[in-house]
Design a protein around this ligand. Sequence first.
Ligand code: ADP
Ligand code: MG
Length: 334
Amino acid sequence: MTDAAAPPLLDVRDLRVTLATAHGPVAAVRDVSFTLARGETLGLIGESGSGKSITALALMGLLPERAGVQGRILLDGQDLAALDDAAMCRVRGARIGMVFQEPMTALNPLHTIGHQIAEPLRLHKGLGMAAARAEALRLMERVQLPQAARRLDAYPHQLSGGQRQRVVIAIALACGPQVLIADEPTTALDATIQREVLSLIAGLVAEDGMGLLLISHDLGVMAASVQRLMVMYGGTVVEQGPAEALFLHRAHPYTRGLFEARPRLGLRNGAERRTLRLPALPGRVPELHLLPPGCPFNDRCAWAIDDCRQALPPRLSVAPGHDARCIRLHEVNA
Ligand code: ADP
Ligand code: MG
């Protein structure tokens, strides 16, 4: 449960990330504000290229070189955006853990699993060799890695994809972070393993009372996993609200398109699925320098009018705690 009186664990205000590209500096993330409470699970969804990973990397202080960050990233009141590299290095791993999409790239092929889980414990917690190894074993058991004791000295290539992702989760959890960011943590895994890894993450987050930011382009993953949901497009959050309310009442034309572009949730009949797969999202996410002015979705939106090209729409209220950036909200939802 969240405590309304306590300040949020994570409070992101007006985050803007500018990336250096071949077309000059362009904003990959803009006007992004959200909070994450202790024990809360928050989803970030959107098509590939909408700015989800750049948002996560900004929180972790892991943006590409020559990237610029503006705005505030308050973790327990401390502004991470203002920290230098050394200070951010102490936060990363210790207070914010991250699980990446592709476990093989997150792991070092030259070091054993046990060594890689023990490393943050030695670095951030100052544990000695033996204590760190014992704790690594405990973490491997915690992420339900089969035959953990034997696997301490195994190398990443000796594990399956699902097992490797469990190791990445163990590393992310090693120092008991307050926030866990999972960026498409199951995309590289097959469907059965996906469910296992998601339920593992959900269980660990609940046990430790961490805040979870779960990133995915898969609505099915989100439906089962988060309390609150943000929908991202063109580097900004176009709609956010309680997951259940948002699933029932999709207010922004982009959210509607995104939901209709896949089979309806809960329908099992194959024929029904096919007829419901609507071509609801024409076109694709443009490259950053080609995003239109105003509402980033205006060039793909059936509701767009001239005013949509003037300025980024403000967050308009749909219901308490639920808002959408669309100046035609009332017409769209009439
Ligand atoms: P998502 O995670 O939602 O799929 P990303 O956050 O990875 O999207 O990317 C958002 C946009 O930023 C995309 O247009 C992508 O091409 C661009 N981008 C990502 N990384 C870089 C980079 N290092 N340099 C320039 N542009 C980048
Ligand atoms: Mg991504």
